[in-house]
Write a protein that binds this ligand. Structure first.
Ligand code: SF4
Ligand code: SF4
Length: 166
């Protein structure tokens, strides 16, 4: 469900422009308000919805999610650590979905250039950048050997079922 901006609520702060990974949130040079210039390229990540201090961004619900005549309203409540979706149907029924959101302080996340450059040896590692530190996995990531995988009871059961079927 791509997003759109209520231009009367937007104050042109540009947070949505900064955060959009698809680079489709732009400030209209005439109105000085944000606009999603290419909804077809929207990742539907809702980073802009969560970042907008004016609650000025909503999404266009697809018909399977919200049938004709519906309204979908997104409510960002960082003080509660939640984001809520309110669907209003033509017959007046409402459905509300509340989901947790990250409440990392705005501007507190370091950008990639602020991290130490990785060594060439890290290309041979199975870990991605800043793992395991940023996964908060003390003592490293869990691994499983091939032998352990074969001993797993479900795998064993499947193997014996397959053999029995032959
Ligand atoms: Fe950009 Fe994500 Fe907002 Fe779509 S939902 S406009 S991709 S930030
Ligand atoms: Fe407008 Fe919200 Fe985007 Fe700021 S974050 S430019 S208020 S839509």
């Amino acid at each position: 469900m791509p997003t759109f901006v209520y231009m009367t609520a937007c104050d042109g702060c540009g947070h949505c422009v900064d955060i959009c990974p698809s680079d489709i949130m732009h400030i209209d040079p005439t109105t000085r308000r944000a606009v999603n210039i290419e909804p077809n390229f929207c990742w539907e990540c809702y980073s802009c919805v969560k970042a907008c201090p004016q609650n000025a961004i909503d999404d266009r619900g697809y018909s399977d999610f919200a049938p004709m005549g519906h309204k979908v309203r997104v409510l960002r409540e960082p003080e509660k650590g939640t984001i809520s979706w309110r669907l209003k149907f033509r017959d007046g029924r409402e459905k509300n979905f509340v989901s947790p959101i990250r409440t990392t302080e705005w501007g507190s996340i370091k950008c990639a250039s602020e991290y130490e450059q990785p060594s060439t040896a890290s290309f041979d590692s199975a870990e991605l950048a800043h793992e395991p530190d940023y996964l908060k996995a003390d003592g490293g990531l869990r691994t499983i050997s091939k032998q352990q995988f074969k001993k797993h009871p479900i795998a064993k059961e499947k193997t014996s079922n397959l053999k029995a079927a032959e």
